[in-house]
Each structure stands twice: as C-alpha cells, then as structure tokens.
Write a protein that binds this ligand. Structure first.
Ligand code: PMT
Length: 394
C-alpha cells in the first residue's frame, strides 16, 4: 500500500492527481492529511479518488480496538509526504509525533519520500536545508522542488514538481525496493575514475576516465544490499546514495586508501584508470616555456591491483583491462600476473566501449579460463553482470 501524507500547503491540490494516477495504476492508496491540509483540499476529494476514508485525526479512527497509526505504518510499503511544508520537515527531523502523520511516520519502517514545496526563501533557509540534510542522512528520500513562479508571486525554487514527475519518482523507488538483496551485508571496495599526477602547480598527467563504470558498479552493489566504499579519482559525477565515497587524486593516494580498507573487504573491483607513471619531481613553481623542448622524467607508480593480488587472503579480486589491441591475450596476462579472480576486458578504441560513454562492450574472463563475450550494454547492466559473477566466485 502507498500512503500519501498531505500537509498544509497550496500545492496540496496537485496531490489529487498523484493519488488518482497511482490508483489508476492499480496501487492501493491511503491518504493521510494534517489538519492544515484540510484547509486547502477537502478530505472527501481524496476519499472519493482512493475509495478509502481519509485519516486526519489521531483519536477518531480506532477500529475494533486496533491502533490505527501502527496498523497503517506496518501496512504501508512506501510513504509519500507531499507537499511537505517546512513545518513537517522540522517535526520529522526532531522526531515529533503530535498528529497522525508524524506518529505513523515515526512508527513506519518503509521508505519515506518527501516532496517539499514552499516559498523559495523558506526552502533555501539554512535551517530548512540542514533539516533536509539530516533527514537524508537517515535514509529519507527527497524530490527536489522545481523553480518558477510560486503561489506567493515570488520566482524561485520551491514549486512542487508535476504529478507525473512525483509519480515516476515513486514508481522508480518502488522498483528499486524490489531489487534482489543478494549482496546484503557484503563489503565491496570499488575504485573509479582517473588519477591525476601533478607536474607543477598548474599542470598534470591524467587520462579520459569519467568514473561512469566504477560509479555504476558502486550504485548497483549498494542497491543490491552491499556495504560499498568507493575510492574515486576526480569526476563530475554525483556521489551514489548510500555509498561511502573517499576522494583521491593521485595513484599514490589511491594506493594508500585502497590498502586502508582492503583487509576488511569481501570483494574489490578496480575500475579506476590509474596512471602507470608520475613525474619524478613535482615542480613547486609553474614551468616556464623558455626552451623549445621539455623533457619530463617519469617514475613508475605502484601497481595497486598487483599489490592486492600479492596480499590477498579470502577477498575476491576483480580487475579491468583497458586495451587498444590484443584484448583477450593482454587481459589473461593481467589476470594471471596480478593474481585476480576475474578480469573485465574492454577495448578503448571500440565505439560504445571504454572511456566516457554510458555503454560498454566487455569480455569477462575468470581464473578458470572461462571467457564470456558480452554485447554492447549500459554500464549499469554490465555492473550487474560483474556483480553476479562475484557472487558465483564466493
Ligand atoms: O570511467 P569511464 O569513463 O566509465 O571508463 C571506464 C574505464 C575504461 C576506465 C574502465 O572500463 C576500465 O577499463 N578501467 C581500467 C583502466 C585501466 O587502468 O586499465 P589497465 O589495463 O591499465 O589496468 C589494469 C588493472 O590494473 C585495472 O583494474 C587498474 O585499475 C589496475 N591498475 C593499473 C595501474 C596501476 N598502477 N594500478 C592499478 O591498480
């Protein structure tokens, strides 16, 4: 059952459409309104759409001696609070339970999705933002309000998104809730992105990795129940929800961080594109362009994956091989020389594969010599196949 908690904002009328769309999709919808919400929309409207009495009052709803707020809290699979006022957000942050909605929210163990809607000065107020951040850290999900002309005449952020947007967010959340939890409690250490090797205060050596492959792995592993630590080089990507992200720049920093976590890890997946070399000396001042040529002396970075292969106890080690020729042969060499369980080979010269694309074309090879050639697919799909494979190795 989806419970919709409606609070007292002008956007309450838009939630009639949300309730209607979800009901038409076959969901059982229970509306709960705060007293203030009933000033904006009549409970009768929601009860007509959902074919269920609307719950407003904490004490008028007892039936057959049942404690209704606990019963609804247990029955609810997803609670959507929309529109959510600054007041309800503050109450939830402080654990208040002074009406039916706040009481059942405290009592429920289901996913709670909050769609704030208010004047932009209120929404951007530091107190409201801190309350939102706090609730996010406790696992509450938030639908970002839209920007535009607000009911009060101001222009800015704070508009409730359209009913369609809210419904698709709810449906996506339900889909994610149904993802199998087959990695529950397993500790995954994933590396992503490029490393950056400083030359002088202005310049560096690096490569084209965006981090998309590693972030897809971290996202999917987390969704499947794993406890994920992501060691990430510089990227423009948003940190995946529920994942511990450790930001690094150079290969040496990545080496340090990976080894901090390695002992207490079940599976390591090294999708990062680590620089094999770094400048021998980092110039303290900007190198001047006086001479016609410039020679940089490079020294080897440690091979992080190989050092893990040498130190491996019970961990499953997955490496990537980014190749531009002899894909399988080079990948098998890396699998053996780095003592890996699995290697994922991708040809960085192939269209739709490797760096800076949303897709990849990979061949997965395991230590028994089994070779699985995969077709072009999204990095999320490939991530799931790699994660399946790590389960089979256990
Ligand atoms: O980030 P995206 O834009 O999504 O691109 C994805 C990707 C192309 C970066 C990814 O699919 C990929 O192939 N990652 C591995 C890149 C790489 O460094 O490959 P390699 O063949 O040079 O290294 C082999 C393995 O050793 C890799 O797992 C690498 O992380 C690891 N390595 C390499 C060098 C080094 N000094 N330390 C390492 O641990």
């Amino acid at each position: 059952m989806i419970t919709i908690g409606v609070t007292g904002g002008i956007a309450a009328y838009k939630i009639i459409d949300v309730a209607s769309l979800l009901t038409k999709k076959g969901y059982e919808v229970q509306a709960v309104m705060t007293k203030n919400a009933t000033e904006f929309v009549a409970p009768l409207t929601f009860s007509t759409i959902t074919s269920k009495p609307v719950i407003v009052d904490m004490f008028k709803q007892e039936k057959d001696g049942a404690v209704l707020h606990i019963e609804i809290a247990k029955k609810t699979e997803l609670l959507l609070i929309a529109p959510a006022t600054a007041n309800i957000i503050a109450k939830l942050k402080n654990g208040l339970a002074d009406d039916f909605l706040t009481t059942m929210t405290l009592a429920t163990k289901c996913k709670v999705v909050i769609a704030p809607a208010m004047n932009s000065n209120m929404y951007t107020n530091q107190i409201v933002q801190e309350n939102i951040e706090y609730l996010k850290s406790k696992g509450f999900l938030f639908i970002e309000p839209d920007s535009g002309l607000l009911a009060c005449g101001d222009i800015g952020i704070g508009k409730l998104p359209t009913a369609d947007k809210i419904v698709s967010y709810v449906l996506k959340t339900i889909e994610e809730m149904n993802i199998k939890q087959d990695l529950l409690g397993k500790k995954y250490l994933i590396t992503a992105g490029r490393t950056v090797e400083a030359i002088d205060p202005m310049r560096y050596l690096s490569n084209y990795s965006t981090g998309k492959m590693g972030y897809a792995l971290a996202t999917m592993a987390q969704k499947r129940g794993a406890i994920v630590t992501l060691i990430s080089g510089p990227t423009n990507l948003k940190p995946p929800a529920g994942v511990t992200v450790v930001n690094v720049r150079s290969a040496m920093e990545m080496y340090e961080e990976v080894h901090k976590y390695f002992k207490d890890t079940d599976v390591v997946i090294k999708a990062a594109a680590v620089a094999d070399f770094r400048p021998k000396e980092v110039q303290q001042d900007k190198i001047k362009k006086g001479a016609d040529t410039l020679t940089l002396e490079l020294i080897k970075n440690p091979d992080i994956l190989k050092s893990l292969g040498d130190a491996k106890e019970n961990q499953i080690l997955v490496g990537f091989a980014a190749e531009s020729e002899n894909l399988i042969e080079n990948a098998i060499n890396k699998l053996n020389s780095k003592n890996l369980d699995i290697i994922v080979a991708n040809n960085i010269k192939q269209d739709g594969a490797g760096f800076n694309t949303d897709t990849n074309i990979a061949t997965i090879i395991d230590k028994s010599g089994k070779i699985n050639n995969l077709s072009k697919m999204s990095k999320e799909e490939l991530a799931n196949i790699i994660l399946d494979k790590t389960r089979m190795e256990r």
